[in-house]
Write a protein that binds this ligand. Structure first.
Ligand code: ATP
Ligand code: MG
Length: 352
């Protein structure tokens, strides 16, 4: 997208706490964009359970079309007990949108800032700041044949060369904008697919001489995420390992309610969303932590619109608000969603 053009942003608020935290994210986006700093237009569409209720479909054609025509997509959270026995599942909409937009890479940052350190179970004092780049559309979750009989069951882990190449390039490109370090996580001592990953990733690594490239078995990586997470910058891994390691990584930051994510394809819009679900247990109480959504907005500004400056302003404001203990109950505080959001906005305005 050209600078100075109006950014087109699809907004999918979703279910339960979804609309509560989306409102917070959009307020912060508005505040940081003021005075012509960033021009954008939002396009709100129903998605997930809300869309099933309205249109009988978790991803209505109109919602998909809006997403396809946008420069980026903001999603809050979908699903919940209301649709447990529904004929269509809200989550089916998410799988479909990933497929339609070919979102093959899922990127999850894990950072423990000074402000968040008190909430982290990690005792290591060094700064922790890494991202997991997880392959999202292939591997054992999608491989066929798949069978289950009374006597045995079978899943298939399959990767094609192009699937590995495209995500590897993305991971190395990302590393060049960070600390120039990629760790491939696999199980190459046992799995054929992992040996294949090593061959292909090793080849692409040669195109990036400035990037320090190493490998780690997934069992060792799982330990290191706890014992020495500061040694990682970009972790590149396949679908199943990435699923497990990204939840482990979320845990070391101290709260699910503070972590954003991004899903990206080769071209077309990327999708930004909190890593957590729709939190039905706290919906409507006004106490959902908005930080995961606000950080998703920051990630969108940095990655889809090349506005690291605005993303940094938001992140600094979040850190300040956490340091001042203006936090929701998930972080042990008494503040409401609206109070945290207002505090983030005040901090942005004060530092301008
Ligand atoms: P999903 O299957 O969609 O991942 P889940 O069953 O893992 O959902 P979540 O919705 O992610 O559940 O919530 C897990 C727990 O974390 C719940 O107790 C929820 O209230 C809490 N939680 C999740 N997000 C937030 C948030 N933004 N603020 C406060 N608490 C949250
Ligand atoms: Mg979950």
């Amino acid at each position: 997208m050209q600078k100075n053009q109006t950014a087109q942003i699809a907004v999918l608020a979703g279910d339960y706490i979804g609309p509560e935290i989306m409102a917070a994210g959009l307020e912060v986006l508005k505040a940081v964009s003021e005075d012509g700093k960033f021009n954008y237009q939002i396009h709100e569409e129903p998605f997930g359970g809300a869309a099933i209720d309205q249109a009988g479909d978790p991803l209505p054609a109109q919602t998909l079309a809006t997403c396809q025509q946008s420069d980026a997509i903001l999603l809050a959270a979908i699903g919940g007990p209301k649709w447990d026995n529904a004929e269509k599942r809200p989550e089916a909409g998410l799988l479909q949108i990933r497929k339609e937009l070919n979102l093959f890479a899922n990127i999850r940052p894990t950072a423990i800032s000074e402000a968040m350190r008190q909430y982290s179970p990690i005792k290591n004092e060094n700064p922790v700041d890494f991202v997991i780049v997880r392959e999202l559309t292939s591997g054992i979750y999608f491989g066929t044949p798949r069978e289950k009989t009374a006597d045995y069951a079978l899943d298939t882990m399959r990767y094609r060369k192009e699937e590995i190449q495209r995500i590897t390039k993305l991971a190395f490109e990302m590393a060049t904008k960070r600390r120039n370090h990629v760790t491939l996580v696999d199980k190459a001592n046992v799995l054929a697919t992992s040996k294949f990953w090593r061959e292909i990733v090793g080849e692409i690594a040669q195109d990036y001489p400035q990037v320090n490239y190493d490998t780690s078995y997934v069992d060792a990586a799982a330990m290191k995420i706890i014992s020495s997470p500061d040694q990682f910058d970009v972790i590149l891994t396949e679908n199943l390992f990435g699923d497990i390691l990204s939840d482990e990584s979320a845990e070391i930051t101290g709260s699910l309610g503070t972590i954003p994510s991004m899903s990206q394809g080769s071209n077309g819009p990327a999708l930004y969303e909190p890593i957590h679900g729709s939190a039905p247990d706290i919906a409507g109480k006004g106490i959902a932590d908005p930080i995961s959504m606000v950080k998703s907005v920051a990630m969108m500004l940095a990655n889809s619109f090349d506005r690291q400056d605005l993303a940094t302003e938001i992140t600094n404001a979040i850190n300040e608000v956490i340091s001042q203990q203006v936090v929701t109950p998930d972080l042990g505080g008494h503040a409401t969603t609206k109070e945290v959001t207002a505090a983030i906005i005040s901090s942005i305005k004060e530092s301008r």
